[in-house]
Design a protein around this ligand. Structure first.
Ligand SMILES: [Zn+2]
Ligand SMILES: [Zn+2]
Length: 222
């Protein structure tokens, strides 16, 4: 748009074809390209660790977590890191983005997640700031864990029958297969001080959340 205005100032008038070509031309410049949205992670953990609450996007692959940090998050400018939680009925949109010292490899994160106890605890307790860390998430099966490890059904590994497809032995429990997971928090961290909880009707006033929902929701449902 700026370019069109400058040309008009010099007394040149452009027809719409020429304007489209101009946009195409300038559209190929790296500084003009939008930051890609990244949602290839399994979820977000909220943990107390080092005094502050930690917001931990969970990655299943250790190598991927390392390159995400090196290529993108490492270059984020801490005071510009933003996290937005857009609350729907049962789910919420986790949205995270930042200005980067290396804009070419910058990414913005989003994920639609079910509201959980940990999420509600973070919402109530973050106090305006949090640490951002990545976590490596590993699913554990019955053979990987010690007897006392807890299943997601809240019963221990030793209460699950190895001979019968891992079913939980408690009569009252419907758990059919032992499942547990382990999260390794990576040490490197960034400090986030711009955290907002929004309802969908407020999203228009927030550039990051608006951009996210426009690209990943509104443009897809129409
Ligand atoms: Zn179980
Ligand atoms: Zn159980």
């Amino acid at each position: 748009m700026v370019y069109t205005l400058k040309l008009r100032y010099k007394g040149i008038t452009l027809n719409s074809d020429q304007i489209n070509k101009l946009h195409l031309y300038f559209g190929t410049m790296p500084s003009q390209s939008p930051i890609p949205w990244f949602d290839d992670f399994v979820g977000v953990a909220y943990r107390y660790y080092d005094l502050r609450m930690n917001v931990v996007p969970l990655i299943t692959d250790r190598k991927q977590s390392a390159s995400l940090w090196h290529d993108s998050i490492h270059w984020w400018v801490d005071p510009s890191i933003k996290i937005r939680f857009v609350e729907m009925e049962n789910d919420y949109w986790f949205i995270m983005g930042s200005d980067s010292q290396k804009p070419d490899t910058n990414l913005a994160f989003f994920k639609i997640l079910p509201k959980s106890e940990h999420y509600e605890r973070f919402k109530a307790g973050h106090g305006g700031e949090a640490y951002l860390r990545l976590g490596v998430y590993a699913q554990k099966s019955l053979s990987d864990v010690k007897k006392g490890a807890l299943c997601t059904c809240d019963h221990e590994a030793q209460d699950h029958d190895e001979g019968d497809g891992d079913v939980c032995l408690f009569n009252s429990c419907k758990c059919k297969i032992f499942s547990s997971f382990q999260v390794n928090l990576l040490k490197r961290k960034k400090t986030i001080t711009d955290i907002k909880f929004l309802e969908e009707k407020d999203v228009k006033d927030d550039p990051l959340a608006w951009n996210c929902l426009t690209v990943n929701k509104y443009s897809k449902t129409e």
